[in-house]
Design a protein around this ligand. Structure first.
Ligand SMILES: [Zn+2]
Length: 500
């Protein structure tokens, strides 16, 4: 199997579409997470475009090791000089230079003849080669270029020293068979192609970036470019996580190996979304909130009997908690029993029919049925979660970064109280709970939304914690947002006992 190199351009192609500029700290945080994810190349920016971008690329080149750091340039000497300067401290620097190759771009944008374009490209590659060994050439708008011309320019830039040749579908115009055919054409007709890696770079204007990328890989490309969550110009870039998981799911079909730590995909997606402010749609493949959520009763039943009946990917493989099931009137007995057992209600087999009938009444009234509703349904209206209940809590806060919380928990019939300070009231609360429970967990995610049910606005908190390398999710609902948060945290903590 040949290796497929993963080239992330979230910080360059992704960022340029945002309308805001990420600062050095933000870019570095994303870069660090990309290293954890295991990408091979990080395109950190376009250094000649602004002093800020120069600084970002320079800092990333200096700080991030074990990964190739790439900077973008036009086929202009000054750009290349600036880029080389920014990459000076990189362990593995790469200059990404190039020029447009389609008739419309050459005539209308560049105002150059094809011959002049070839000369400019060769000159740029040779100039970049003076600074670094690793030079990638991009043939902008390659999917709308003339094939003979594309073969000619690619042959010449490889002769000039290009180590990677990028064949972008810049405008998202291709369909999978066209794009695969284009890559195959280069594999078969560029005489020195064995001296370079073919890279693919697709855009999603027709919703085909993932499909086109897979077609390119099957046809022989060995580098995939894209972004996390598919952010990018217009309809976006290829979503790296989609292509990676497509290959993961059917490896034999593509004949490539990918060195990605898939368990970091969810965390990377969340970080990029949080820092860029670009929300991930709930239905987004792989990383959407509903990507592993089962709502239909038949599906829930199937997944609980055998996960792969309705799941092609184990959610934990991409860093999500295992199968999330939404309890509603569409849920079957099996799903209800499963959740009740998770909440600590065992030996309910005999009364299940009767409980299920009451559950359906409740679900008809409410839509989604939460854990606290199930406690109520089971005649346990308190705030009890798996042998732990919250007896009292209070928080005080002076500004966002300075808060204190006290909490009293009843654990297996005994009362425990403790207090802690934190960055904000929720952090303080969680720390106070930690002091009582004392389990080595790591908080991975916390989300609070308001749900309106009847006349009362409720806080609905979701907490994800990591314990012994597994993700555990907890949920809490209350009219008091701090109580909802604490309930969610205690709920997650109480579930970790299944992992002990
Ligand atoms: Zn692009």
């Amino acid at each position: 199997m040949r290796k497929l190199y993963i080239f992330d351009t979230t910080l360059r192609d992704g960022e340029q579409s945002l309308g805001i500029t990420l600062n050095v700290k933000e870019k570095l945080a994303i870069g660090r997470q990309l290293v954890k994810l295991g990408v091979d190349i990080i395109e950190a920016g376009f250094p000649a475009s602004s002093p800020g971008d120069f600084e970002s690329v320079k800092t990333i080149a200096k700080e991030l090791k074990g990964v190739t750091i790439c900077g973008l340039t036009r086929a202009v000497q000054k750009d290349i000089d600036v880029c080389a300067e920014a990459l000076k401290e990189a362990e593995r620097p790469r200059i990404h230079t190039g020029i447009a190759v389609s008739p419309v771009h050459m005539a209308k944008k560049l105002n150059k003849t094809p011959q002049e374009v070839i000369e400019t490209a060769v000159r740029a590659v040779k100039h970049a080669k003076k600074y670094v060994h690793d030079v990638e050439f991009y043939a902008e708008d390659a999917s709308r270029s003339e094939r003979d011309f594309l073969v000619d320019i690619i042959t010449k830039v490889i002769d000039a020293g290009a180590t990677v040749v990028n064949i972008p579908d810049t405008v998202g115009y291709s369909t999978p068979w066209q794009y695969g055919d284009l890559i195959a054409h280069l594999v078969n007709n560029v005489r020195n192609i064995d001296r370079a890696i073919i890279s693919i770079h697709c855009h999603n204007d027709l919703g085909m970036a993932t499909a086109n990328s897979l077609a390119g890989i099957r046809a022989g490309a060995s580098q995939l470019e894209g972004t996390i969550n598919g952010i990018g110009e217009r309809a976006g870039n290829t979503s790296l996580e989609e292509v990676i998981m497509a290959i993961y799911s059917q490896k034999a079909l593509y004949g490539v190996d990918v060195n990605i730590n898939t368990r970091e995909i969810a965390a990377t997606s969340r970080l990029v979304s949080r820092i860029t402010g670009v929300a991930v749609p709930n239905h987004k493949a792989i990383v959407g909130a509903n990507a592993f959520m089962h709502a239909s009763g038949i599906h829930q039943d199937g997944v609980l009997k055998q996960r792969d009946t309705y799941e092609i990917i184990d959610p934990e493989v991409v860093g999500f908690p295992r199968s999330m099931i939404v309890l509603s009137a569409r849920s079957g007995r099996h799903a209800l029993k499963y959740r009740l057992e998770e909440l600590g209600y065992n030996n309910i087999e005999d009364s299940l029919d009767e409980i299920y009938a009451r559950f359906l009444n409740l679900a008809d009234l409410k839509g989604e049925v939460f854990d606290e509703d199930l406690h109520a349904l089971m005649g346990n209206a308190g705030k009890e979660v798996n042998g732990m209940s919250i007896k009292q809590l209070s928080v005080t806060s002076h500004g966002a970064a300075n808060a204190a919380a006290t909490i009293t928990l009843e654990v297996n019939g005994e009362l425990y109280s403790d207090a802690a300070c934190g960055d904000g009231p929720v952090d303080a609360l969680f720390k106070a709970v930690d002091r009582i429970v004392g389990k080595p967990v790591q908080l991975e995610d916390f989300a609070l939304k308001s749900v309106s049910r009847g006349s009362e606005a409720m806080g609905d908190a979701t907490v994800k914690i990591r314990y012994k390398n597994s993700l555990v999710v907890g949920r809490g609902v209350s009219t008091d947002i701090f109580e909802a948060s604490a309930l969610a945290y205690v709920n997650a903590l109480s579930k970790t006992r299944y992992l002990d």
